[in-house]
Ligand binder design. Structure first.
Ligand code: ADP
Length: 568
């Protein structure tokens, strides 16, 4: 039966009980009222009539002239109110005596005797009715105590039923709901084996069937999902193991969750000794893992398999909805590239060194050729000589840069630190670029206060950097614009050199790359592009002096290069 019908039946039953109770109460009240009405109607009135007759008999005829008529009226009323057994006979004899009484008016003695007989009859009727009153009173008392017992029993029964209903009904409704809530919580905690056991054929039964079906479906889904996840896991493991780079994954508590074969070989421990372990614990006894965890250097030199290898370290943070859940460290084996790079550096250094001498002698020869003492040259020859001189200068500049680069890459950079006023750096640099600025019709505005403190720097290298920034700014400026050079003191103990141009600007995506070696922004015109080394060398020079170099640029508005040097 459905809960709705059960509720309906239960409440109807209680309602019926209440109705039965009140029905009984009404019935007995009716009975009691009937009993008392019977006493009043049947017996009390007879007593009144007979009492009236008796007192009329006693009244002196002179005072009550209608006395006989009144007696007859009461007698007639009594005749119509016969209720008890034998009452009629007594009433009839009373009537007879009264009839005789009326006819014996002239004979007072006979009247007296008849009056006595009448009183006897009256007394008989009264006694009979009083007895009847007593009996009826007793009957009413019986009825009332019976009513009390029956209504009391019925009331107790109703109370018991109602009380049982009150105790059990909330539980009947609430217990399955509580059980359902618990089961839903279990499902939410991924315990899909949870089932509901409501074996009733009501709504709860339907609910438990639906819930169990849902749990079964979820469990099936979970199992199939698990199979998919396991498949994906195996696939990723295969890929990870096939990689030539070393890979180690950590969770957010630094527990190693996976490691590939290359990484195992490097660390020198098998996979089962690494996976599931707290990384810092292993790092305590394993130099390589410690290096991997703490080193900030991107490039690492690792001695493994009887040879020196070079790796770059990359850390990928794994997040889920912006919450850090782990990281993967990738060590890329760059030994081959490193060797190639070293070969390239040596090659460039040798070539540029070898080139410097012949280029210098070409320059020298050009100087001699320009001298009138060697011989007159005509205008065309002079123009040609000037061209050769320009190209020679350019060649010398490039070989100089390549040599610097070689120095930097082999770590042979020599710094001559000294305390110098920023103005010195500015003057040297501006002088050096004056010629190309004039050629390109770009003016240079300089703001460098004489009161600025000295900087601690290598004058040559810092000037070199400023020349490079200024010549880039001039190169990329439009004709007729101004390149601004500002030297200012910072809040800390540093001096900033800022070179701002109003040229084409640099696209945001290239900003992070322009300090890389040999990087040139694609699409530059032939007269603009150089070796792509200038900024890379500048960065190394500035950082070697504990300074910093940075760039800001807006497309179409120009670029601003800044480097800062410590005060000295
Ligand atoms: P290059 O010798 O090619 O000038 P740099 O290292 O000095 O090499 O500069 C790298 C690249 O950065 C340049 O090729 C150029 O595209 C870009 N660049 C440098 N300075 C500026 C500037 N002021 N405005 C626009 N682009 C610039």
């Amino acid at each position: 039966m459905s809960i709705k019908n059960k509720l309906r039946t239960g409440i109807s039953f209680l309602f019926l009980l209440a109705l039965l109770c009140s029905g009984f109460a009404v019935y007995y009240l009716q009975q009691l009222s009937n009993d008392s009405r019977a006493i009043l109607k049947d017996n009390y009135r007879t007593l009144v009539y007979t009492k009236n007759i008796s007192s009329l008999l006693d009244a002196p005829p002179a005072l009550k002239p209608n006395r006989l008529k009144d007696i007859q009226t009461n007698l007639t009323q009594q005749e119509h109110n016969i209720t008890e057994k034998g009452e009629k006979e007594l009433t009839d004899s009373l009537q007879q005596f009264f009839n005789q009484y009326q006819t014996a008016q002239v004979n007072p003695a006979a009247q007296q005797a008849l009056s006595i007989k009448m009183r006897d009859a009256i007394s008989g009727i009264m006694t009979m009715n009083m007895n009847a009153i007593q009996q009826k009173d007793k009957k009413a008392a019986d009825t009332s105590s019976r009513a009390l017992i029956i209504i009391g029993l019925l009331g107790s029964f109703c109370f018991l039923i109602g009380f049982t209903f009150m105790i059990n009904f909330p539980g009947y409704i609430a217990t399955p709901i509580r059980e359902l809530t618990q089961s839903i919580l279990q499902i939410a905690n991924k315990n899909y084996s949870k089932r509901l056991m409501f074996n009733s054929d009501d709504e709860y039964g339907e609910l438990s069937t639906a819930f169990n079906q849902m749990a079964k479906k979820l469990s099936e889904y979970e199992t199939s999902n698990l199979a998919n996840i396991l498949f994906e896991k195996r696939r990723i493991e295969t890929i990870i193991n096939a990689m030539h780079d070393a890979l180690i994954g950590f969770d957010d508590k630094q527990i190693i969750i996976f490691v590939n074969e290359v990484a195992c070989n490097l660390i020198g421990l098998p996979e089962d000794k690494l996976v599931g372990q707290f990384a810092p614990h292993i790092a305590d006894e394993n130099d390589l893992l410690r290096n991997m965890l703490i080193t900030e250097n991107k490039k690492m030199k690792i001695y493994a398999d009887d040879q020196e290898s070079y790796f770059t370290k990359e850390v990928l943070e794994v997040t889920n909805e912006d919450k850090f859940i782990g990281k993967v460290i990738i060590l890329k084996n760059i030994t081959e590239f490193q060797q190639l790079d070293e070969a390239k550096t040596n090659f460039i250094a040798t070539i540029s060194h070898e080139l410097k001498t012949p280029i210098s002698s070409i320059k020298m020869s050009l100087k001699l050729l320009e001298d009138n003492r060697v011989g007159e040259v005509n205008t065309e020859q002079r123009a040609l000589l000037e061209n050769i001189e320009d190209d020679t200068k350019r060649l010398l500049l490039i070989t100089g840069e390549l040599l610097d680069m070689g120095q930097l890459e082999t770590g042979k950079i020599q710094l001559n630190f000294g305390s110098t006023h920023p103005k010195n750096i500015v003057d040297y640099a501006v002088k050096a670029v004056k010629f190309i600025a004039d050629q390109r019709q770009v003016s240079i505005s300089i703001k460098c206060d004489d009161n600025l403190p000295n900087v601690r720097a290598d004058l040559d290298k810092s000037t070199w950097v400023l020349i490079n920034l200024l010549s880039n700014a001039i190169k990329y400026s439009r004709e007729g614009t101004t390149v601004e050079l500002l030297v200012s003191k910072n809040k800390g103990d540093t001096i900033t050199f800022t070179v701002t141009d109003h040229g084409q600007g640099i696209e945001q995506k290239y900003l992070s790359k322009i300090f890389d070696r040999y990087f040139k922004i694609p699409g530059a015109s032939a007269d603009q592009s150089g070796t792509g080394l200038g900024l890379a060398i500048a960065k190394d020079f500035i950082e070697a002096q504990q300074g910093k170099i940075s760039v800001h640029s807006e497309m179409g508005e120009g670029s601003s290069f800044q480097f800062l040097l410590p005060m000295g």
